[in-house]
Design a protein around this ligand. Structure first.
Ligand code: MN
Length: 230
């Protein structure tokens, strides 16, 4: 027996069914598009990709309204292709990666940019910038058999109808096959793990009352409203 009720299993909607995708962990890839890497003041290279994480319960279905988070005055949007793992594995070869992928979605890696910048300057972990409550709104997951491509597709984001991010997932520095394989050499992947694959250029601030829309062509769309500060 637990000493109190166990937490609810975090999960995401699945397109075309009432079934839910249970989330185990959320991995995120840092600086995975050249133009975004440059806008963050870094040189894009083919140095090994790096990862950070969010708690599973940072994820929530869209459409939704998220609170403007605590501690920040610079909340940024990052639109990302999301990969959902359905079959675990360790040291997965690039050629075998797609056998482990259950589906794909579009998601937002919401970022408290001021806290992330402070962490970078101070040599501290990124968690306070990245891993806060409601920091990962994600659209319904599309089963991989119905996904036309995780190699090339338009990825876009608009704020109040004005396009801010517009790119193609073909521009990923580390492709899905590559970064999932690399991740599986660092951690044993398990069913329910999801990977936010990085954001293209054009990140920027949102404020209470803004409505974010975005999508990955052929995979899904999302809508997120920024609510009042809590
Ligand atoms: Mn990101």
């Amino acid at each position: 027996m637990y000493v109190f009720d166990a937490p609810v299993q975090p999960s995401l909607a699945v397109q075309g069914t009432n079934d839910r995708f249970p989330i185990r962990r959320i991995f995120c890839v840092g600086r995975n598009y050249e133009a975004h890497t440059r806008e963050m003041g870094k040189d894009p290279t083919r140095e090994a990709p790096f990862f950070f994480t969010k708690p599973a319960d940072a994820a929530l279905d869209t459409p939704c309204t998220i609170a403007y988070p605590k501690l920040t005055n610079n909340l940024h949007h990052e639109i990302e292709l999301v990969i959902a793992i359905g079959k675990g594995g360790s040291e997965i070869a690039e050629a075998d990666v797609m056998d482990h992928v259950w589906g794909a979605a579009v998601g937002l890696d919401m970022t408290r940019r001021d806290l992330q910048g402070e962490a970078k300057t101070m040599g501290r972990p990124w968690d306070w910038g990245k891993a806060f409550d409601q920091s990962a709104p994600i659209g319904a997951i599309k089963p991989i058999a119905d996904v036309p491509s995780v190699e090339t597709a338009r990825i876009w984001l608009a704020v109040n109808g004005e396009i801010r991010q517009d790119a193609d997932i073909a521009d990923l520095i580390w492709s899905v096959r590559e970064h999932v394989s690399i991740l599986s050499h660092a951690m044993t992947l398990a069913p329910g793990d999801i990977i936010m694959t990085g954001t293209p250029a054009g990140v920027g601030a949102v404020v209470s009352g803004d409505v974010i829309t975005g999508g990955v062509e052929g995979i899904g769309e999302l809508e997120v409203t920024i609510g009042p500060r809590t």
